[in-house]
Design a protein around this ligand. Sequence first.
Ligand code: DGJ
Length: 741
Amino acid sequence: MAIYFDEVTQQFHLQAGQTSYVIQVHKGAYLIHRYFGRRLLNPKIEQPLITVDRAFSPNPDPLDDTFSLDTVPLEYPVFGSSDFRLPAFEAELHDGSSIVDLRYKTYRIFSGKPKLDGLPATYVEHENEAQTLEIDLLDETLQLTVTLRYTAFLSHSIIARSVSVANCGQHDVKLKRVLSAVCDFPNGSYNILHLPGAHAREREVSVLPVGRMAQLLESRRGASSHQQNPFFALVSPNTTEDSGEIFAFSFVYSGNFLMGVDPDQYGMIRAMVGINPFGFAWQLKPGETFHAPEALLGYSQQGLGSMSRDFHRLFRTRLVRGTFRDQVRPVLINNWEATYFTFDQETLLDLGRSASKLGIELFVLDDGWFGHRDNDRSSLGDWKIDFRKLPEGLQSLEKGLRDQNLKFGIWVEPEMVSPDSDLYREHPDWCLHVGDRSRSLGRHQLVLDFSRSDVQEAILDQLTHLLQSAPIQYVKWDMNRHMTEVGSVAWPKDQQSEVGHRYILGLYHVLEELTKQFPSVLFESCSGGGGRFDPGMLYYMPQVWTSDNTDAIGRLFIQFGTSLLYPSISMGAHVSAVPNHQVGRITPIDTRGLVAMMGNLGYELDVRNLSSHDRDRVNEQVLFYKSIQRLVLFGDLYRLRHPNTQKDAAWMYVGVDQREAIATYVQILAQGNPPMDRLMLRGLDPIIQYEVSLIVHDLQYSIPENVLHVAAFGDELMNVGLVIPYLLGDFRACAWTLKAR
Ligand code: DGJ
C-alpha cells in the first residue's frame, strides 16, 4: 500500500518510492504539512504537532493562543486568517471581500490515478502502479470546495499533486490564485537550483542559496519560456551528482507559471508551484469547477543523478504517450540550416539523395514551403503549398524522398499568423489583441487566439488536410514569439484575465485531437528551439527541439541543463555546419556527432557539400548511433563531468540490465602538458567484467592497444577509472563502448 490514514493521529502517510509525505488534520479543521523526505518506516509520526504562542501571529481559534496559521507548516494556505506568507489560493468574492476559510471536510483513497480534465498529466497503465488521495477542503459560507489530489507512485520517489475548485454556492467566485502545490519545509539550509536561460542559451544551471526573502522564478510570456524552465529544486549544500538531499518541483504546464520559495521569520521555507497569478483570474460560476495543472514533487537522497534518472523514467514511460513512447526515433536531416528559405524541389531531393547515402532515415522540410514565404515576414496561417517552390506538391516530393528510402516530415507553426496572410486578411480578429490598440509584432508575426474554439477548429482543419495530403510521418510544431496584448474578442470583459490560460487549454485541445487522429506521426515540439521544453508539451509530443543553438560546445551546457529533468529521448540534437551559424565556432565533426548523440540524432547542414573526410565520418556516426541508440534513449544517464568547469564534459548511458554502456568525453579547452586524467564511470555492475573499446579519431599519435581495448570489472572502472587519451586541440572528443564479457 502507498497511502495510509491513521484515525488516531489523523495523519495521511504517502509513500512513493524512497520518499514519505505526511499530512495531518489538526483540530479537525486545518491541514498541516508534517513531513516530506526520506521514506519513513512507521506509517505515522508519533510526536504531536507542537505549537507555541508567538507575538504578532494571530490565532484563528480563540481558545488556543498557541495556534496560528502563521507559524505552522501548511498544505494549502490561504491569506487573511492569520497566515501572512505567500498563499496557495486567493479569490475575490461577490461582496468585495477576499477572505476564504478552507477547512478539512473529508478524504478518499483509491488505487490508480485519475485523468486531469483537458490537462496533460502523468498517468498509470495499471491501477497498482500508484495510489491517490483526495482531500476536500470546504469554505462553509461560500460552499466552495477545494480538492487536493496526491498520487504516490510505487516505483518513483515522486508525488503528483493537482487541485480542483468547485463552486457549489450561489455566487460567482473570482479565482485569482490557484497554485497546484505548496510545501512548507520546517527549517534547514538549502540552495535553489533552477534553469534560467535565453534563446539559444536555454536551461543554464544556476544554484543560489535560499535567502531570507521570497525568491520566485516565473514566466509572464505566455509560454513556459527559454528564460525560466518550470522546474526548480531545493538542494542541500554541497549536493553533487551522487550525494545530497534534493526536493524537486516540476510543473506539467506550458504557459505562465510561478515557482519558488518564501522563507519566513522562523526559517521555514514555503516552496510553491502553480499557474502564475500575475495577469490571471478565473470567473467561477455556481456549478462550475476549475482544474489547476499537475505539479510533481520529487525526492532524492542520493544527489542530482538519481533525481534526474527518476524523472527521466517517469517522463519517458508515464508522461509521454503514443506510438513513439517506446520506439527508437529515425535519424533525420532537416533542411533549415542547409537552405533556410531558399529551396526548390530539386534542391530538396538532392539533399535527400546525399542524406540517404549516409544512412539518414527521415527528411524534414522546415520553414518556407507554404504561402509565399521567402522570408519570415509572411504566410503563417496559410498552410498551403507554395507551388513556386514545389510545383508538383508534397505528394511528389514525398514520393521522390521515399524512392530514396527516406521518410518525410514537415514543419508548421500553427499558433501564429502573419499580418501578410490570407488568414489574417479574412480574420483580423483571430489574433490575441485588445480593442484598437496596436498589436506588437514578434518575428513579424501575431499570435492566434487559441482561447477561441472557432480558431482551434479552423487550425485543426487546416492541419488535418495537410497531414492527409501526403504520407507525412513527422511534424515539427514551432512557436516563435511570446504573447503581448493578451485579450480576446471571444470573451466578455470580466473574463479577459482567463485568456492566457484558456489559450493553453485550447492548444492542449488541438494537440490532443491531432495526435489522436494521427497516432503514427512523430511530433517534435519547438519554440525557437527549447522555449517550451516542458512536461506539458511532452505529454503530446514525445520530443523537443532542444535549442536553436547547434554549436556542439554550446549544446554541452544546454543538454546538461536539460538533462537534469528531461530524458535524452525527449531531446532533438543535430550536427550542423562549421563555422557554426549561431556562435561561429569551429568544432570537429566527431565532436559534433558525439554531442548530438546525447539525444535524438539529426543532421542540419548541407550534406551535399561535405568533404570526403566528413562524409565518411557521418556515415560511421549514423551506423554507430544506431548501435547505441537504445542505450541512449532508454538507458540510465550518468553525468560524469559538468561542462560548467569550462574544461571538459563527460557522461554515460548504462543499459537497464547493466550489461552495456557508452561513455563520452569532450575536452573543451586543451591544456599544454596536461596531467594524466582518468574518468570515473558510474552505474555499472561492480562484479561484471566489461570489454571496453575506445573510439577516437584523427589523433596525431597512435594509441597503445592496452588503452584502445581494456577488459575490467565495473568496480575498477568506477573507482580506478579509465585513462582519458591525450586529445590534442580544443573541442576534441572520444567515447568508450562497454559490453559485459
Ligand atoms: C525556429 C526553429 O527553432 C528553427 O529550428 C527553425 O525551424 C525556424 N524556427 C524556422 O523558422
